[in-house]
Ligand binder design. Sequence first.
Ligand SMILES: [Zn+2]
Ligand SMILES: [Zn+2]
Length: 157
Amino acid sequence: MTLKGGCACKAIRYELTGDPLIVHACHCRDCQRVTGGAFVINIWIEKKFVEANHTAPKSFRLAGGSGKHHDVFFCDRCGTYLWSRYHIVTSDCLFVRAGTLDDPTAVTPDVHIFTRTKLPWLELPAGVPAFTSLYKIENVWSAESRERLQRNHAAQM
Ligand SMILES: [Zn+2]
Ligand SMILES: [Zn+2]
């Protein structure tokens, strides 16, 4: 599966050349503020699978609820926020905002996180794991994704 997307002004176009490790719906207050919406849909994927036509989107740094900071990357022409890098995640991965895909129906959240600040009118789908804050990867991820993350981590040592 190759997913394509980009910012609103089309200055930045990207392709995801691998499958997502996992897709998060994050209901934390930072994601609500940054998106202006109820939650963000993040595709967690190794950086090497994110091929962009633009070398360096602008970024700014948020403190992050976890205590570790978080860099948010956006187009400097139109301000669309494309992906983040969370420094709590040790491997070299990005969190690509699924709303920037050309076809956002291509992914569905595998897990909902930080539901403690979920907006009360929003009903979560039955049968999809949901956590009040973070979760343990071994309890949620497929063996294949866990193995990929391990490999990516090892490649950086
Ligand atoms: Zn743009
Ligand atoms: Zn969040």
